[in-house]
Write a protein that binds this ligand. Structure first.
Ligand code: CUA
Length: 184
């Protein structure tokens, strides 16, 4: 056997060995992902819910009169916010402390992101999808909610306030709405 033949066989063997190692690593990762999703129930934070970014402000859920905090008949608190270059609509939202709250965001233009300082609330808002977060705020006070995804020249001015009030001060009006203005 010539030297060249033996080198070629060694190289092939090494390649197959590395292919097997990579294959095993991929299989391990797939098993870990499936285990986390199915057994532990750990899933991506948002939901897959489509919305047309060109018309979201014209009808249904994200029209202006629907934005902000609303308490449904069953007591569920939902906050709806449009993220747009370069503001949040509304720029202040009221939530009760110690109660489950659902935050829903939609963007008519580009990708924005939100995070609420001092909490683990953090998500991207991608045009075409509703970004949703279920959370519970524990401490009362005003929390800043800046845009955390570079969205253009006014990105650094894009900021909102989440006003966490004691449950006793969280009083919906006749429409079930609660807003920062007028101050209650
Ligand atoms: Cu919106 Cu950055």
């Amino acid at each position: 056997m010539t030297q060249a033949h033996s080198d070629g066989r060694d190289a092939l063997r090494a390649e197959l060995r590395w292919a097997a190692i990579v294959g095993a690593a991929v299989a391990l990762i797939v098993v870990a992902v499936v285990f986390a999703g199915v057994v532990l129930g750990i899933n991506p934070p948002s939901n897959i819910e489509h919305i047309d970014p060109k018309t979201l402000h014209l009808s249904a859920e994200f029209t202006e009169s629907n934005l902000g905090t609303r308490v449904d008949a069953n007591g569920q608190v939902t906050v709806r916010v449009v993220t747009t270059q370069f503001s949040f609509i509304p720029s202040c939202m009221v939530v009760p402390a110690g109660q489950p709250v659902t935050l829903r965001f939609a963007s008519p233009d580009v990708i924005h992101g939100i995070l609420v300082t001092g909490t683990n609330v953090n998500t991207m808002v991608v045009p075409g999808y509703v970004a949703q977060v279920h959370t519970e705020f524990t401490e009362t006070g005003d929390l800043l909610m800046p845009c955390q995804e570079y969205c253009g020249i006014g990105h650094s001015q894009m900021i909102a306030t989440v006003r966490v009030v004691p449950a006793a001060d969280f009083i919906p009006d006749a429409q079930g709405k609660v807003s920062c203005e007028p101050l209650r």
